[in-house]
Design a protein around this ligand. Structure first.
Ligand SMILES: [Zn+2]
Length: 333
């Protein structure tokens, strides 16, 4: 779910309206559940992309403090984590933050150097970016790493791209860290950051709530997709990003997930689920949840990722509403 789209379905309007009502009436909107919602337990691995930082990197002290904030939230909920590193040559900040995560018990994964998009750069340049980050991480940790996360979840729009990706991952001994619970909360991160910098507490609060609502809606959606496509709950893998918004709201998000039945497991454990060894049926240009990639396309059927697109559009609508109310002007892209 990495492409902004236009067009808003009725479902999103319905959710937006009910969420607005919820926001007026409750401080903890994620606790407002529909009666039909399942509270059965499900297993989920937490993963955080774009370490050291998603967006503009803060100064060293802030980067260490924000990383600690994320780690503290995970520890409070006894949630193992895997983080995916966007390397940047020999930048010492990458090494410092990677080591901080490792000291806290995180699994470390490669996310390329320079966040290279397999669909946009020549395959050789993409492969070089994977190897470069591999070298950085091996040097920082003094051991190989085993997980890889495709930037934008782009796994190859052409056979050539897919083949080179497969070969490089094999060469370096990587396991593809699939995602089942994808989301578009990264769209909220930039306006959140601006609100933090401006000291706009109402904006920070509104954007934080929007993130929680959206991420919880994504969890509920993909639990449903799992049941529909596999007949059971897969060991889920949730994608988050290392940014101010996640740092400030992770504690509440994990608490809300626990309240909905989440049991936190490691990425290693999640990937042992046999669903991750099923055939990948998708070969297009989108970055998609693994659950969508398993689905056969059916002529005339709605695209399986319709929810993603409408949820993204719903975020755009909500962002505009918050901005209008706060009068803070347009958020940066
Ligand atoms: Zn990323």
């Amino acid at each position: 779910m990495k492409l902004a789209v236009v067009g808003i379905c009725a479902w999103v309007y319905a959710v937006a309206i009910s969420l607005s009502a919820t926001e007026r009436s409750a401080e903890r909107p994620h606790l407002q559940r529909s009666s039909a919602e399942s509270t059965a337990t499900f297993r989920v691995a937490i993963t955080i992309d774009d370490v050291p930082w998603h967006g503009a990197w803060p100064d060293d002290t802030t980067l260490a403090r924000r990383t600690t904030q994320l780690q503290d939230a995970l520890r409070r909920h006894r949630a193992p984590v895997a983080v995916f590193v966007n390397c940047r040559g020999n930048d010492p900040r990458v090494v410092r933050v990677v080591r901080q995560w490792e000291r806290g018990g995180a699994s470390i994964g490669n996310h390329t150097s320079g966040h290279r998009d397999l669909h946009r750069v020549p395959p050789d340049a993409w492969a070089a970016a994977v190897r470069d980050c591999d070298g950085t991480l091996r040097a920082a940790l003094d051991r190989p790493v085993k997980f890889f996360r495709f930037p934008l979840l782009h796994q190859g729009a052409t056979a050539k791209q897919r083949n080179i990706a497969k070969a490089v991952l094999q060469e370096l001994g990587y396991q593809n860290a699939h995602v089942t619970i994808d989301n578009s909360d990264y769209l909220i991160a930039a306006p959140y950051r601006v609100a933090v910098e401006r000291g706009d507490t109402a904006g920070v609060r509104a954007y934080g709530r929007l993130m929680l609502r959206h991420d919880l809606a994504a969890v509920r959606h993909f639990r449903t997709v799992s049941t529909e496509s596999l007949g059971r709950q897969v060991s889920h893998i949730l994608l988050l990003h290392a940014n101010e918004m996640t740092a400030d709201n992770l504690d509440e998000l994990l608490g809300a997930l626990s309240a909905e039945g989440a049991r936190f497991i490691s990425l290693d454990e999640a990937l042992r689920d046999s669903a991750y060894r099923l055939e990948d049926r998708y070969s297009g240009a989108k970055g998609l949840s693994w659950l969508y990639r398993l689905q056969e396309s059916r002529a005339g059927a709605p695209s399986p990722w319709e929810w993603d697109d409408s949820a993204s559009a719903g975020i755009d609508t909500e962002l505009a509403r918050v901005l209008k109310r706060s009068g803070a002007g347009r958020a940066p892209d």
